[in-house]
Design a binder for this molecule. Structure first.
Ligand code: HEM
Ligand SMILES: *[C@@H]1O[C@H](CO)[C@@H](O)[C@H](O)[C@H]1NC(C)=O
Ligand SMILES: *[C@@H]1O[C@H](CO)[C@@H](O)[C@H](O)[C@H]1NC(C)=O
Length: 330
C-alpha cells in the first residue's frame, strides 16, 4: 500500500507542474493574441482567444444537418465557391434582397444554392457564445471544409479572420464561370483570380458532390455534341423529360467525395460541357487522367486549392464587418 506521506510530495510536485503548464499556456495565448492583434491577417487560430469553440460549433451544426440531409454537403461546398468568386469570400452570397437591392442569391435561377439555414443556425449559436465575433464569411468557409470531410474528402484546416462585406448585387454574378465555357475560357476565368489550370481542374473536382439541373446541360442534347457519350445522352434526355428543374447527379456517388468525377470524364460521361471539356482539351487532359488514377493526389491538390480559394479578396480588419445576422448588412 502507498502511504499518505509518500504520496503527498508526488502530488505536490504534480500540482506545481500543472501550474507551470497553465502559466505557459496562458503566456502562449497572450503572445498569440498580440501577434494577431498587431496584424489583421488571417490565421488558423484567429478565434482562439475570442471564441475558442467556433470551429467545433460549426462542425457540430454541419454534421447534424448533413445527417438529416446528406445532399446538403454539395450545397455548402458550392456556397463557398460562389461567395469567394463574387466580391471575395465575404459572406455576400448570404445577403437577402431588400426593396432597394436585388442580391446575388436572387440572380436568375437562384443559382439553385441551398443550405442557408445551416449557416443561420451556426451563426445563432455563435452569437450566443461570443456575440459579434465570428464572421459569416468564416462560417461559410468552415462549413464548406466540414462538408468535404463529412462526405469522405480530405481533412484540412483553414485560416480564419475574414470580415463580412457590405455589397451583394445581382449584376456581380455575371462573373461566375458558365457551364458552357470551354477549357480555354475556364483557364482564363480562374487565371484572372490567380489560379493555375491545375488548380482549376482540382477545384472542378468539387463536382464529385451533388447534381445539376436540366437547364444547366440541356444545351448539349439534340445537337450531336461529339464529346457526349450517346447512351449518356439518352439518360440525360430522359432526365430532362421531367422539366428544367429535374436533377442529374454529376457522378454515381453524389454524396461521396471521391475521384469518380474524373473517371466519368474519361468515358464522355461528364455532365456539364464545362466538365467534359477538361478532358477534351490537351491543356488539361493529363491532369484529369492523373486525378482519375490517383485519388490521393486529387485530395492533396483539392485541399490546397480550397485554402487558396478561401483567401480570395478577403476583407480584413476595418474593411468589413461582423454581421449580427448573416442575411443582413449591419
Ligand atoms: C469550373 C467552373 C464551374 C462551373 C462552370 C460550374 C457550374 C456549375 C453548375 C452549372 C452547377 C449546377 C447548378 C444547377 O443546375 O442547379 C454546379 C453545381 C455544383 N458546383 Fe459547380 N461549377 C464550377 C466550379 C465549381 C467549383 C470550383 C466548386 C467548388 C469548389 C463547385 C461546386 C459545385 C457543387 C458542389 C455543385 C452541386 C450543387 C448541389 O448539388 O446542390 N463548382 N456547378
Ligand atoms: C429560389 O429559391 C427558392 C427556395 O430557396 C425557390 O422556391 C424558388 O423557386 C427559387 N427561384 C428560382 C427562380 O429558381
Ligand atoms: C473557346 O471559346 C472561345 C470563345 O467562345 C473561342 O474563341 C475559342 O476558339 C474556343 N476554344 C476552343 C478550343 O474551342
Amino acid at each position: 500500500m502507498v502511504s499518505k506521506k509518500s504520496r503527498s510530495p508526488f502530488s505536490f510536485s504534480k500540482m506545481v507542474a500543472a501550474k507551470f503548464v497553465t502559466i505557459f499556456i496562458l503566456m502562449e495565448l497572450i503572445m498569440r493574441g498580440f501577434r494577431f492583434g498587431a496584424v489583421d491577417g488571417l490565421s488558423m487560430d484567429y478565434y482562439i482567444m475570442t471564441c475558442p469553440l467556433a470551429d467545433i460549433i460549426v462542425k457540430n451544426t454541419v454534421n447534424s444537418a448533413l445527417q438529416n440531409d446528406p445532399t446538403l454537403a454539395a450545397a455548402l461546398v458550392r456556397m463557398h465557391f460562389h461567395d469567394c468568386f463574387i466580391e471575395g469570400c465575404d459572406g455576400s452570397i448570404l445577403i437577402d434582397s431588400t426593396k432597394d437591392n436585388t442580391a446575388e442569391k436572387d440572380s436568375p435561377g437562384n443559382l439553385s444554392l441551398r443550405g442557408y439555414e445551416i449557416i443561420d443556425d451556426a451563426k445563432e449559436q455563435l452569437e450566443q457564445q461570443c456575440p459579434g465575433v465570428v464572421s459569416c464569411a468564416d462560417i461559410v468557409a468552415m462549413a464548406s471544409r466540414d462538408a468535404v470531410f463529412w462526405s469522405g474528402g480530405p481533412v484540412y484546416d483553414i485560416p480564419k479572420g475574414r470580415k463580412d462585406g457590405r455589397r451583394s448585387r445581382i449584376e456581380d454574378t455575371i462573373n461566375l464561370p458558365f457551364p458552357t465555357f470551354n477549357a480555354s475560357e475556364l483557364i482564363r476565368a480562374f487565371g484572372q483570380r490567380g489560379f493555375t489550370a491545375q488548380e482549376m481542374v482540382a477545384l472542378s473536382g468539387a463536382h464529385t458532390l451533388g447534381v445539376a439541373r436540366c437547364s444547366s446541360f440541356k444545351g448539349r442534347l439534340g445537337n450531336g455534341d461529339p464529346t457526349l457519350d450517346s447512351d449518356f445522352a439518352k439518360t440525360l434526355s430522359k432526365t430532362c423529360s421531367a422539366g428544367d428543374n429535374a436533377e442529374q447527379p454529376f457522378d454515381a456517388t453524389r454524396n461521396t467525395f471521391d475521384n469518380l468525377y474524373y473517371y466519368t470524364l474519361l468515358t464522355k460521361n461528364g455532365l456539364l460541357f464545362s466538365d467534359q471539356t477538361l478532358y477534351g482539351s490537351p491543356r488539361t487532359r493529363s491532369i484529369v487522367n492523373a486525378y482519375a488514377m490517383n485519388q490521393a493526389m486529387f485530395f492533396f491538390d483539392f485541399q490546397q486549392a480550397m485554402v487558396k480559394m478561401g483567401m480570395l479578396n478577403v476583407k480584413e480588419g476595418s474593411k468589413g464587418e461582423v454581421r449580427g445576422n448573416c442575411r443582413k448588412i449591419n
